[in-house]
Structure formats: C-alpha cells, structure tokens
Design a protein around this ligand. Structure first.
Ligand code: P6P
Length: 335
C-alpha cells in the first residue's frame, strides 16, 4: 500500500520520515526503552553516509582494491572497508548493541558486554553487498539483521548463532538509481526512499505484498550446467513456459525487484559453492524475513525454510530460493 493520501485531507501525502516511522512503531510498545529505535536510527544514518560515498566513488577515487581480502577470500574493495567502518562507528555509539558481526570481519566485534540485565541486541550486516558492481556503477547494497542477545549464551559471540526466526528486525538499503531502504520489524515490510536534497529517508510504501505469481526467474545462468539436476529441470520448464530472466549479480538489487514485481531468486548449490554461495546470517536470513513478511516464501529445500536453519558458524553459506509463493513452489516441485 502506498502512502497515497491522508483520509479527510484529499490529495495530501503524509510526509513520514524513517525517524517518525521508527518513533511511531516504538509507541506501540509502551515498555520500549528506545534502545531498538536508536539502533535503527544508527543504521539509517549509516545508509545515508554510505550512499554519499557510493554516489561519489569514482570522483573520490575510492574505487579499486585495498589489496586485502575478507574472510571469504574475496578481494576487498575500498568501499567495502569504508562502509564497514561507517556501520561499526555508528553502532558503537549505541548502548543497546552488545555485539556486531560483519562479512568484512572474521570475528564478531563485542561493543557492550555488560551483563547488567539490560536488553542487548546483536547486529549482523553485509556492509556493501555486490561491491564488485561498483566499478560498473551497478546496484550495490547493505543488508542487516537484528537479534536479541541470547541470555542463555555464556559466550556473547554464540548469541549470534540463532535461527532466522529469532530476528527482531531485518532490512536492506539498495544504492541504485535511487537509495531505497526496505525494513521489517515483524509487522510487514515498509519502504523508504532517500531524498538527498534534505538528507532524509521518506516512507513511500507500507505493508508491501509480493505478487504470488510473476514469470521471471533470477540466477546466474553461467552455473546452469553444474546445478543439481532438479534446478536444471526447473530452468528447462521455465524457459519452455515463457519466463523471462533478470540477474544483476547483487542480491539486494535482485531481491528488491522481486519485492516490488514478484518472481523468484535462486542461488542453488554449484560446483564452485557446493553449499550455496550466499551467507546465512547476514544475507539469506534478513532477506528471508523480508520476503516472508511480504507474503512470499524463502526456502533451502522443499519444506525447509531458510529461517529455520540452525546456524553453526557466523559466516556459513546456504542455498537460497526465495520470492513469490507460487514461483518458489514451482521451483520446489522440480527438485
Ligand atoms: P555470482 C555478490 O558477490 C553476492 O554475494 C550476492 O550479492 C549476489 O547475489 C551473488 O554474490 C552473485 O554471485 O556467483 O552470480 O557472481
């Protein structure tokens, strides 16, 4: 639903910034301390700072490689490191954050480890997903996931290893032709667009719903011949059924298209990535929460939700099939 008009005031669109939206949501929880809201605002500020860097990348010659590699053995782009630092510094300023984990850091970073009984949160993120698209001015994004610290965990870092069903919030920021944030705190998915002229994210949609059907699939066709047979059968069926194919190569951009238009995104096991390529904790889980909150499906295999996977380590990878409910069912029926 778009914020088209305010009842009784024809033709006016309520101007709701993400800050107002966060406070509106907080007001629904009288016992809220505000810690959670402060974390969301830290992410919003980080998104604005990262967007500014991405938009000026070539101008400030921050493109190209720092020469180092991240835990995935992937060459780190300068902007990966800058985006990571921005998120770390903004979250470090929030008392409510106990620990953060990032694709760019091998070990979780403990920020506030007091066992003072306060509700503390764990924040996980991929600071600049799809960063290899930077050199071609393609879509890149930030993906984030928020969990409550698991009080039963003696080791604070173990607090991160909770299934996706335990997420209290998830979202992404797409730095594309515009800077768009999709956010869920468990009451549906809301959409915000950054107005660079005022430096604010404006709400442009509430309670998004993914169309149940859309004849469009999204995967790296270059892997087709090494995919498990069931996926090859699905692709043959889809091409025989008049499906179109769209693939940006940045998960945030591909999933955003699905959130808005429907379709199905797949990253199956491949010869190069036999367990799948995408990371469970800070790519698949947040995207799965968003897609399910918008009425779609997000599975690892027939009957196995991504959100139910019990993690064993922070950087583990997983198969991903997510999008329109009927389209995901179609894929599963071929496996
Ligand atoms: P491939 C980007 O590197 C990423 O992690 C996701 O954003 C994207 O969906 C996927 O990998 C692309 O992988 O193998 O198709 O280039």
């Amino acid at each position: 639903m778009n914020d088209a008009s305010t009842p009784g005031l024809p033709g006016t669109r309520p101007l709701v910034t993400i800050q107002s939206h966060i406070l509106q949501q907080q007001a629904r929880y009288p016992e809220a301390t505000g810690d959670f809201s402060w974390i969301l605002s830290a992410i919003s500020i980080s998104a604005k700072m990262i967007s500014a860097q991405v938009r000026r990348a070539r101008l400030e010659d921050v493109l190209g490689h720092v020469g180092s590699q991240n835990v995935q053995g992937e060459t780190q782009q300068k902007l990966d490191v800058i985006a990571n630092d921005i998120l770390m510094r903004n979250l470090a300023g929030r008392q409510g954050v106990a620990v953060v984990a990032s694709e760019e850091n091998e070990q979780p970073v403990i920020l506030h480890d007091q066992n003072d009984g306060e509700t503390r949160y764990c924040v996980m993120f991929d600071p600049l997903d799809g960063s290899s698209n930077l050199d071609i001015a393609g879509g890149v994004g930030t993906i984030f996931s928020i969990l409550r610290k698991d009080r039963r965990s003696t080791n604070i870092a173990d607090s991160l290893l909770q299934p996706g069903t335990r997420q209290v919030a998830a979202g992404y920021v797409l730095y594309g032709s515009s800077t768009v944030m999709a956010l869920t705190i468990g009451n549906g998915v809301d959409l915000f667009v950054l107005d660079p002229s005022i430096g604010a994210f404006i709400r442009v949609g509430e309670s998004l719903r993914i169309p149940p059907k859309q004849k469009c699939y999204s995967l790296n066709e270059g892997n087709r011949l090494t995919l498990p047979e069931g996926y090859q059968r699905y692709l043959h069926w889809a091409q025989d059924s008049g499906y179109s194919s769209r693939y940006v190569g940045a998960m945030v951009a591909d999933v955003h298209r699905i959130l808005i238009q429907g379709g199905v995104f797949l990253y199956p096991p491949t010869k190069k990535a036999p367990k799948g390529k995408l990371r469970l904790m800070y790519e698949a889980n947040p995207m799965a929460m968003l897609v399910e909150q918008a009425g779609g499906k997000a599975l690892v295999a027939p009957g196995e939700r991504i959100l139910d996977v019990k993690p064993t380590e922070v950087h583990q990878r997983t198969t991903v099939v997510l999008g329109s409910a009927d389209e995901v069912d179609q894929v599963m029926s071929h496996l």
